[in-house]
Design a binder for this molecule. Structure first.
Ligand code: FPP
Length: 247
C-alpha cells in the first residue's frame, strides 16, 4: 500500500485526534489507563510511518484543556505515561532525526513532565526530519486567545499597527508558529467532531474520520491508507472543480 502513495502530493501537516483509548480498554474489561498505554504503540507506528514517507509535520492531540476535568486518577496516569514515554522514546526519535515540539499551556503541566519535555525539545531542536508536535493542555480557542493577547501587547507597545494585522502574520503568533496549516485531520474512535483542536489551522483541512478503529488499534497501514484517501480528494479552497483542474 505504501508504494501506491504519490510522494509528490503528500499532506505537509497531518493532525491526529487519538480517540477511543478508554472504550478500547473497556472492551477488554480493563481500566481506561490500559488503553492509553496501548496507544503508545500507535503513536510509535504513526511517527515511523510519517517519517518513512517524508511527512514534514505531525501534530498529536495528546491532552486537551478539557481533559483536566477527567478523574484525577486518569489525569495522573496520563501525565506519568507522558514522562515515561518521552524518556523511553526520545533517544530513538533523535536517532531518526525527528524534531520534538509542544503546543499548549505548558504551565499547567506537572513540573516533572515540563522538565522532561523541555529537555527532549532542546535535545532534538536541530533535527531536520519530521517535526512531531505534541498538543498538551491545548485547545484551539486557548491558542487563538493567546495569539490575540500577544498581538495586543505588540500594538500597545507601538511595535505593530492594527491595520497591519493580517491572516499571514496572525499565524506567526499561534502556538504552531512556522508549521503550515493542517492538510489532513484524522480522528479515530467514531465521533465526528473537531473537539476544540487546531481551529484556525484546520480551516481547509481534509477531515478523515476512521470510525471502525479505536486509537490503540491504529497502525502504519492506517496512516498510509489515510494519505491515499487524502490524495483522492479534490482540494478546491473555494474555487470551482474546473478552475482547480485547469491549474
Ligand atoms: C483519547 O481517548 C485519548 C486521550 C485523551 C489521551 C491520548 C494519550 C495517549 C495516546 C498517550 C500519551 C501519548 C503520548 C504521545 C505521550 P479517550 O480516553 O477519550 O477514549 P474514549 O473516547 O474511548 O473514552
Amino acid at each position: 500500500m505504501e508504494e501506491k502513495i504519490d510522494l509528490s502530493n503528500l499532506p505537509k501537516h497531518i493532525a491526529v485526534i487519538m480517540d477511543g483509548n478508554g472504550r478500547w480498554a473497556k472492551k477488554q474489561g480493563a481500566m481506561r489507563i490500559f488503553g492509553h498505554h496501548h496507544g503508545i504503540r500507535s503513536v510509535r507506528d504513526t511517527v515511523e510511518a510519517c517519517s518513512e514517507i517524508g511527512i514534514k509535520y505531525l501534530t498529536l492531540y495528546t491532552f486537551s484543556t478539557e481533559n483536566w476535568n477527567r478523574p484525577k486518577l486518569e489525569v495522573d496516569g496520563i501525565m506519568q505515561l507522558l514522562v515515561k514515554t518521552i524518556r523511553d522514546e526520545v533517544p530513538e526519535l533523535h536517532k531518526n532525526n525527528v524534531k520534538l515540539k509542544s503546543i499548549g499551556d505548558k504551565d499547567q503541566l506537572p513540573s516533572r513532565a515540563r522538565r522532561e519535555l523541555d529537555e527532549a525539545i532542546e535535545m532534538t531542536k536541530d533535527n531536520t526530519g519530521l517535526t512531531l508536535i505534541l498538543a498538551l493542555s491545548y485547545s484551539g480557542k486557548w491558542d487563538i486567545i493567546q495569539a490575540v493577547k500577544s498581538i495586543a501587547g505588540e500594538v500597545k507597545a507601538g511595535k505593530m499597527a492594527v491595520e497591519d494585522i493580517n491572516e499571514t502574520n496572525f499565524c506567526e503568533y499561534l502556538a504552531t508558529e512556522e508549521a503550515p496549516d493542517v492538510d489532513l485531520l484524522i480522528r479515530t474512535g467514531g465521533d465526528h467532531r473537531i473537539s476544540n483542536y487546531l481551529l484556525w489551522q484546520s480551516a481547509y483541512a481534509e477531515l478523515l474520520f476512521m470510525d471502525d478503529i479505536y486509537w490503540p488499534e491504529f497502525r502504519k497501514e492506517h496512516l498510509f491508507n489515510a494519505v491515499l484517501t487524502y490524495q483522492q480528494r479534490e482540494r478546491r479552497f473555494g474555487k470551482t472543480g474546473d478552475q482547480v483542474k485547469s491549474t
